[in-house]
Design a protein. Structure first.
Length: 174
């Protein structure tokens, strides 16, 4: 009996720092949800870097172009500033760059990034505009060292994962 062909895995980026960090003040349940989300996205897609921003919480996993010798808390603060500079505060539609992203704009991405996908987390239709105002938006950001890393099926699955974080009542940044 033959098994399935091995999935082509992206090359691991050299010269980048591997990170797993999340906002400190999360409940145990929210920590588990964010850890699960980042793990399955790394495991089941051609992703080398994943960041989930949902309801004021941030979870990052994978390889990032982050400051050397920074603590996890400092890295989270640095990533938040990077996100604010890029302007991902009110993302309504998926952004997909299958052949790379401008590294000057996306300084946080690992060197060698060839594909970038930013999937918004759907907002709760029962909230008002003032309740949804945040310093940064709610989204899942994925980076890959492969061009055209995310096909239609991958993007649909990533959107389903993003939907899991819809209306989560977590805490604020630590």
């Amino acid at each position: 009996m033959q098994g399935a062909a091995p999935v082509e895995r992206p090359a691991l980026p050299e010269g980048n720092k591997q990170i797993f960090a999340m906002s400190e003040s999360l409940s145990e349940r929210d920590r588990e949800d964010l850890a699960w989300g980042t793990f399955v996205l790394l495991k089941n897609t051609n992703t080398v870097s994943v960041l989930i921003s949902a309801q004021g919480a941030l979870c990052v996993r994978g390889y990032w172009n982050s400051p050397e010798s920074a603590s996890k808390a400092q890295i989270l603060e640095w990533l938040e500033r990077q996100i604010q500079q890029i302007g991902l505060s009110d993302l309504k539609e998926t952004l997909y760059f299958p052949q790379g992203a401008d590294s000057a704009v996306w300084e946080m991405l690992p060197e060698g990034t060839r594909s970038l996908l930013v999937q918004p987390v759907p907002g709760d239709p029962n909230t008002t505009a003032s309740e949804t105002t945040k310093k940064i938006g709610e989204f899942i950001l994925l980076a890959s060292s492969m061009s055209y890393a995310y096909n239609d099926r991958d993007r649909a699955w990533i959107a389903a994962v993003a939907n899991k974080f819809k209306g989560k009542s977590t805490c604020v940044y630590s």
